[in-house]
Design a protein around this ligand. Structure first.
Ligand code: HT7
Ligand code: ZN
Length: 881
């Protein structure tokens, strides 16, 4: 495949002012007629009219005309990826008709069938599989779309914008025409046809306009849309209040589809969602699923401004819309739930998964320089690190300055396709600041290390903090220049009180947290008037995506856990303490010694469990030990077995030592669950999180009363959160009869609900007891499993390879062989899913030599397996380079 480079960007030679599409949908084919009203781009150079090259893939051209003149074979050139012709005037109209086969489209890109419905996925480059077009985000056009189909099978025909006409045809067919008044790139185009029912509601915007809201689903799912509708209305109000952004069409539609490569898609006025990101009700979806629905509904809605009204000039700028929109959805979720808990979840995710990406063969900057296949760049770096970068701008400018910047950005660039530089420029101009050095966060890949040392001079009452930053080399980037790192910090005295902060040369002290802007490779800050040796609380709220290193003792971490005024850093101190203790256990295991748990960790957890004033969600977060994946990420060479043994040993020791308080918190919350109906709200999520983590610890004791309680919770709870947790606890327990009975019961009850069956697959894929691979292979033969559905692939194979590390990394390489086999099969079916699935194989540098050889052999086997998609080829070849 060809390498596409940012430095080669050129403005389009032609523009498309109007796009008029007609789709004739049939069971065995679809005809697409496109009329493109085009003109030369006034910004393009040269006197002569350049040739026009339209993108197109897997299209069967039936007819082509230029200004109503039919073109013959000699008038244009066709390749696998394009159609080229020579315009004869600066303004012209192209008419084309193509034949496509959505009924055979298993890649789920372009127009395809999900079950009985037709739907589209055009981002990033799927529109070229629908018709010949300038399929690039800087070509924005006004669309009208007519969809015609058999009325009985497809009573609902949808596209972007507003419906403007409809009618009947002969043979039981009907048609609807939609008009989108906003110019948009082709990646935001959408079409849906199916037998769908809608949950309807409405929203009155801040300026008093009424917007019709509709969530379309298959009839059996109509009772699972309320939560998404509530989330949508909250998101619409929040965006008005937090960012001054109002919705702009008369109608906003969401459609749920079962077969979808990602979570959802922000098509203008017609969002298409993976059903897992929209359907949720107490009996079938967990608290986590409810929160995910709220976040994704909000994310897609927020794209209406950050992505649609202001879009990307090219795909190198993807983080312009994705990073900013992830930040916006995380701010929304923080406001709807607990901000501290939300920050903890986001940071734990970033540090475990994005830091691993940044240290791996696919590492790239937030604005990449090159790619082979853009679908591979919908990454944690673009999304999550991109959000951190925008968050840092907010930290540096303050909330008010940031809002001034975002207002200017939206106002200045409304209706345009722009770059990350344009975003930063709006921030600079609105605040009169220079962010030139800051922009290295967009261009340099890798996670910076930030080493901190201290020096306290009691007689001079001076406290010096010295910061040294460096960033490891990443592919194509050996040397890095210093980043601007906003470092939020506080200093605590011996009783845990915040010290006033006055830097040398400053007239006045600041109380509480302050933000230092680090700009040099090495830089010191001296605080004056410091009466006692302070304990620093560094990187509060995780103010920058860096690996912080400060030589805290375990006692200092315990002190911070108790006293830090920053909730995030209290949790962080607990995590660091747990990491130190677990790393000690890992060392003992590797040395063949008996494992001994530092009792200070038990004391710390006991204190947290006893703290009735603490948010139960925080208690649950503190009780959650760092995951095996995170312990892998921070290891130089990860010893999978030692990590698993050490963590399980610590969990068992905690369960034994804290059995009483865990039992007390479990039973109190279970009692509350029994007495109250399910509510999808933060306080209830919090107490169920504590109840569930307590139960998973308690089961490690293998006591009869816990088994009884778990079976009771499984059988009689009214919601999926409690039921699934009880099932997971049983699955990971030694109680085989109860486990098998529960699994069979569950499958029987929910066999007709694919999303619940996904959870059933996942729970079993995550079972860390021996024999994991054989269980997964057996489950692949279950009638509810299919490789054609991405949710199933993720639920079973993805969960096994990413969450069941001890089974996946079996020393004989059988897990790797299995995954490579699935990647090879999926490469032909769905390249995007295949390329994502193979990520665990690419991390071979993390493991011992024997595993490295086994992992590389599987990557090489994939490479030699035949015709590879550009998606799989790029990931495999880069990981072997
Ligand atoms: N902007 C959307 C991206 C997306 C996507 C990309 C590639 C292949 C399939 C896809 N489905 C959706 C989703 C979002 O970030 O909101
Ligand atoms: Zn997005």
């Amino acid at each position: 495949p060809k390498v596409i480079r940012l430095q080669d960007y050129q403005a389009p030679a032609y523009l498309i002012d109007e796009t008029h599409l007609t789709f004739e949908l049939f069971e065995d084919r679809t005809l697409v007629h496109a009329q493109l009203v085009m003109r030369r781009n006034p910004a393009s150079e040269g006197a002569a009219l350049p040739p026009l090259t339209l993108h197109g893939q897997e299209l069967q051209l039936q007819a082509l005309a230029l200004d109503d003149r039919p073109l013959g074979g000699g008038d244009y050139q066709l390749s696998d990826e394009s159609l080229t012709l020579q315009p004869t005037s600066a303004a012209f109209v192209i008419d084309s008709t193509v034949l496509i086969h959505p009924e055979n489209n298993t890649a789920l890109e372009g127009l395809y069938k999900s079950g009985k419905m037709f739907c589209t996925q055009c981002e990033a480059e799927g529109f070229r599989k629908i018709t010949y077009y300038l399929d690039r985000p800087d070509v924005m056009s006004r669309f009208t779309t007519t969809v015609s189909a058999e009325r009985q099978r497809y009573p609902v025909l949808l596209s972007n914008g507003n419906p403007i006409a409809s009618g009947e045809e002969e043979d039981g067919r009907h048609w609807v025409t939609w008009e989108d008044p906003f110019r948009k790139p082709a990646y935001l185009f959408a079409l849906v046809a199916g037998d769908l029912w809608a949950l309807e509601d409405s929203f009155v915007t801040a300026s008093g306009r009424e917007v019709a809201l509709r969530i379309y689903v298959e009839p059996e799912n109509l009772d699972k849309c309320q939560h998404a509708m509530g989330s949508l209305k909250k998101a619409m109000r929040w965006d008005e209040e937090a960012y001054g952004r109002e919705y702009d069409l008369d109608i906003f539609m969401i459609v749920a589809v079962n077969d979808f490569n990602m979570g959802a898609m922000e098509n203008k006025g017609l969002n298409i969602f993976n059903s897992s990101a929209v359907l949720a009700r107490a009996e079938t979806a967990t608290d986590a699923a409810h929160q995910r629905v709220e976040a994704i509904v909000a994310h897609e809605y927020f794209h209406n401004w950050s992505g649609n009204r202001v879009t990307c000039r090219d795909w190198f700028q993807l983080s312009l819309k994705e990073g900013f929109t992830v930040l916006r959805d995380s701010q929304f979720s923080a406001d709807m739930n607990s901000p501290t808990v939300k920050r903890i979840e986001d940071v734990a995710y970033l540090r475990t998964h994005q830091f691993a990406e940044d240290a791996g063969p696919m590492a790239h900057s937030v604005r990449p320089e090159s790619y082979m296949e853009i679908s591979n760049f919908y990454t944690l770096t673009i999304y999550e690190k991109g959000a951190e970068v925008v968050r840092m701008i907010q930290t540096l400018l303050g909330a008010e300055g940031f809002r001034k910047g975002s207002d200017l950005y939206f106002e200045r660039h409304d209706g345009q396709a722009v770059t990350c530089d344009d975003f930063v420029r709006a921030m600079e101009d609105a605040n009169g600041v220079d962010l030139t050095q800051f922009k290295r966060w967009y261009s340099q890949a890798g996670t910076p290390r930030l080493q901190v040392s201290e020096d306290y001079d009691a007689s001079a009452r001076r406290y010096r903090l010295t910061f040294r930053q460096n960033c490891p080399a990443t592919p194509q980037q050996a040397e890095k220049l210093p980043f601007v790192i906003p470092l939020a910090l506080g200093l605590l005295d011996g009783r845990g009180r915040e010290l006033p902060l006055r830097l040398e040369g400053e007239a006045q002290a600041v109380s509480g947290t302050r933000v230092l802007a680090l700009t040099e490779a090495e830089q010191s800050f001296v605080f004056v008037d410091v009466d006692t040796r302070p304990l620093p609380s560094l990187l509060r709220g995780f103010s920058a995506p860096v690996k912080l290193e400060f030589p805290y003792s375990r006692d200092q971490l315990l002190f911070l856990m108790q006293h830090d005024s920053d909730g995030f850093n209290r949790w962080e101190a607990g995590q660091q303490l747990a990491v130190q203790v677990l790393q000690e256990l890992i060392g003992q295991h590797r040395a063949g010694e008996a494992l001994r748990l530092d009792p200070r960790l038990l004391d710390a957890l006991r204190a947290v469990l006893a703290d009735a004033a603490l948010d139960p969600a925080m208690v649950a977060e503190v009780l959650s030990l760092p995951s095996e994946a995170y312990l892998t990420e921070i290891s130089e060479v990860a010893d999978v077995d030692a990590i698993h043994a050490a963590r399980e040993f610590a969990r068992k020791a905690i369960a034994e030592a804290l059995y009483q308080p865990l039992w007390q918190r479990y039973s109190a919350n279970r009692e509350l669950s029994r007495q109250t109906a399910y509510v999808a709200e933060a306080a209830h999520f919090a107490r169920r999180a504590l109840q569930n983590i307590a139960l998973s610890y308690l089961m490690l004791s293998e006591r009869a009363e816990v088994l009884e309680a778990t079976v009771e919770q499984f059988r009689s709870s009214d919601n999926m959160t409690e039921r699934l947790n009880a099932l997971a606890v049983l699955v990971n327990s030694p109680f085989e009869a109860e486990r098998d009975a529960a699994l069979a019961d569950f499958a029987e009850q929910f066999r007709d609900d694919p999303l619940v069956m996904d959870q059933w697959f996942s729970v079993q894929a995550g079972n860390t007891r021996p024999g994991g691979l054989e269980r997964v292979q057996a489950l692949m033969r279950h009638p509810a499993f299919t490789l054609k559905n991405p949710n199933k692939v993720r639920a079973l194979i993805g969960a096994f390879a990413n969450q069941n590390l001890v089974n996946f990394h079996q020393g004989d390489g059988s897990g790797y062989r299995f995954l490579a086999d699935q990647v090879i099969t999926l490469n032909a079916l769905n390249p995007q899913i295949a390329a994502r699935l193979l990520a665990p194989l690419t991390r071979w540098r993390k493991y011992d030599e024997r595993r490295q050889a086994l992992l590389k052999a599987e990557l090489e086997r994939i490479l030699a397996s035949g015709e590879l998609s550009s998606d799989v080829y790029e990931v495999v070849s880069k990981s072997l380079a």
